[in-house]
Design a protein around this ligand. Structure first.
Ligand code: F6R
Length: 245
């Protein structure tokens, strides 16, 4: 694992955007795995800036998002469909047909998960997967006690996650209790992984994830076994980390 210490959230966002831009430049038809949440917002802002300056094009990239809440429609402001639209997709030249996010309103969840996995496979697997990390060690919505062998699946969210994510809703009660998430196996199949961490709240979990035991109780710890993982943190999130692992 490579650990990159950024000076600040802005510096982290710039570096993440540069890595994504270089991936797109080397391979314009890249398959990119996107994340939602607070952490990647700055990086998406930087990507939009680079796009506006004519430095990158999203025309041929294929996007797969990590997860979506069950029960939310793409037009719901709290859905991850809406999040991606408003934080990135609406502002760049990505083609609608190349955007993939699990359908939280599907009638048959099992079928949706199988199809999602099939689409990733057909696209030729993910070239670069962006990840955030939950305070409980989740990646995507793979909560502690996850099955490492799981592909895209239905997950039940932990109270800690519901509380953390209630910042995006009017109240805690409104946060959906279940979601469809890429599984650990799906994430581990990505060729490159870029995990972002920002803020003091993430310092302890990042330390455990990198130097601690590999255990389903801390889902992100499995990334120790991936051959190409970069972790980019700001000063607060990285305060317990050594520079290189
Ligand atoms: C988002 C996702 C989650 C978040 C994590 C951190 O698609 O799958 O794993 O990356 O919960 O969220 P923030 O960035 O809001 O702290």
């Amino acid at each position: 694992m490579k650990v990159i210490m950024a000076e600040s959230y802005e510096d982290m966002s710039r570096r993440v955007a540069e890595i994504i831009a270089s991936q797109i430049s080397c391979k314009p038809k890249s398959v990119l795995g996107f994340a939602t949440g607070s952490t990647p917002c700055g990086s998406y802002g930087e990507l939009i800036r680079m796009y506006n300056e004519g430095k990158i094009s999203f025309e041929d990239i294929i996007a797969f998002n990590l997860d979506e809440y069950c029960g939310l429609d793409g037009n719901d402001m709290e859905s991850y469909h809406y999040f991606m639209k408003k934080n990135l997709f609406e502002f760049v030249n990505i083609q609608e047909k190349n955007i993939h996010i699990p359908n939280g309103r599907c009638k048959d969840i099992e079928n949706e998960c199988i199809n999602y996995e099939k689409k990733i496979e057909e696209a030729g697997s993910i070239d670069l997967q962006l990840l955030g990390i939950g305070e409980n060690g989740h990646i995507g919505f793979n909560e502690p006690d996850v099955k490492f062998e799981a592909h895209t699946h239905l997950v039940t969210l932990e109270e800690k996650t519901l509380k953390a994510n209630s910042k995006f809703f009017n109240s805690y009660e409104e946060v959906p209790k279940t979601a469809i998430s890429m599984g650990i196996k799906t994430i581990m199949n990505a060729k490159k992984i870029l995990l972002l961490g920002s803020g003091e709240k993430k310092a302890e979990v990042l330390n455990k994830m990198i130097y601690g035991e590999i255990t389903p109780n801390l889902p992100a710890s499995i990334l120790q076994l991936h051959s190409d993982v970069s972790i980019i943190v700001d000063k607060e999130a990285g305060k317990l980390l050594k520079k290189q692992v």
